[in-house]
Write a protein that binds this ligand. Structure first.
Ligand SMILES: Nc1ncnc2c1ncn2[C@@H]1O[C@H](COP(=O)(O)OP(=O)(O)OP(=O)(O)O)[C@@H](O)[C@H]1O
Ligand SMILES: [Mg+2]
Length: 329
């Protein structure tokens, strides 16, 4: 794992991933669920971009759209997903397998259970090298051992079966498999929720060190706002399928503008504090089959005015690199 990704020179300002006006619906028996609506953001080489928002706000749907993993009843009704200048949504299906391993790898929600229980961890990593790089078994085995070292698992554990590993180690093994082919983008969708807070934090900090060392970018999805603020360069806040605020992590933490973001930010005490249940936002997220008119957040907003119930707020830059979709600004 000594290869460094290009993060300097002429490509430095070109985003690695550039999502433009993405729309995704789920066609359900009750009607279409507008899960993602007009979402745009980009991720630079080496950048950690956080996506935050309550359950059902559309985070995983975006991740699956990037990976081209959406299946009916999901349909992408508009937009582009540019990756290194190519629209992933137009990519021929025979290129997808290679795209998913070499360019973008994903650690899924509840990834701890993603390992094959009847194969050793080593064999599962060797398989990736063998299948995708046609690497001879001996060499692949050496690489697998190095990869285990890299993610903090003793290489002696290479012949262990998943059940012989702790939850944290299984999580690390899944991350090792995702990183096997050195993809420039790693998507982590709630990667560590099943682990205790301390282990969660430790693993994510180590991943961040690896990122600094190897230069890959991360799309990081989590409900843990303190971890998100700590690890992300920029954060997009999602509400009811839309990005309602986007800014540098520190700026968002110090100066949240959207009342929803203010609620999220006030529901954890400090960057280093204990994880706490969200208490800052009254009410529940809307039913996405019949979302509220105007600003979708208006039924829960303490600063709502009559006009907010009719007019949809647009995402606008209200301070340098700080975007918000709220009528108050
Ligand atoms: N297969 C499906 N069929 C119908 N609706 C779906 C399907 N998958 C997701 N949805 C709906 O799409 C919306 C977005 O879901 P998504 O899973 O992307 O949210 P999320 O932000 O990842 O939530 P969580 O934090 O709980 O993982 C929700 O309203 C959800 O109910
Ligand atoms: Mg999700």
């Amino acid at each position: 794992m000594s290869v460094q990704h290009q993060s300097s020179g002429e490509h430095a300002n070109t985003p690695l991933l550039d999502i433009r006006n993405l729309y995704v619906e789920y066609l359900t028996a009750r009607g279409p669920v507008r899960a993602v609506e007009d979402v745009s953001f980009n991720i630079a080489p080496g950048e950690v971009f956080g996506l935050a928002g309550e359950s059902g706000s559309g985070k995983s749907t975006i991740a699956h759209a990037i990976m081209r993993l959406l299946r009916p009843p999901a349909i992408i009704t508009g937009g582009h997903v540019w990756f290194k200048g190519e629209d992933v949504l137009d990519m021929p299906s025979d290129e997808l397998e290679s795209f998913r391993w070499r360019e973008v790898a994903m650690v899924f929600q509840s990834a701890m259970n993603a390992l094959n229980p009847v194969m050793t961890v080593g064999t599962q990593i060797v398989d990736v090298f063998h299948t995708h790089m046609r690497m001879p078994k001996d060499e692949a085995y050496d690489r697998a051992a190095s990869l285990l070292d890299l993610v903090g698992i003793d290489r002696q554990r290479i012949n262990d079966y998943p059940h012989q590993l702790s939850g944290g180690m299984r999580q690390r093994a899944v991350i090792a498999i995702a990183l096997a082919l050195n993809p420039p983008l790693l998507i982590m969708d709630e990667p560590t929720t099943a682990l205790d807070v301390v282990v969660q934090k430790e693993i994510m900090q180590e991943i961040d060190q690896l990122r600094a060392q190897l230069g890959f970018s991360i799309l990081f999805i989590t409900h843990d706002m303190s971890l998100m603020v700590e690890l992300s360069d920029r954060i997009g806040i999602m509400y009811a399928g839309k990005i309602v605020e986007l800014a540098a992590a520190r700026e968002l933490f110090d100066n949240p503008l959207h009342p929803y973001t203010q609620g999220l930010m006030s529901s954890f005490p400090a960057l280093t504090g204990e994880k706490k249940k969200l208490t800052g936002i009254p009410g529940a997220p809307p039913d996405m089959i019949d979302p509220p008119s105007g600003c979708a957040f208006h039924p829960r907003c303490s600063q709502v005015q009559p006009m907010h119930k009719q007019v949809v707020p647009q995402l606008r830059e209200v301070a340098p690199e700080h975007f918000v979709a709220c009528h108050l600004y």
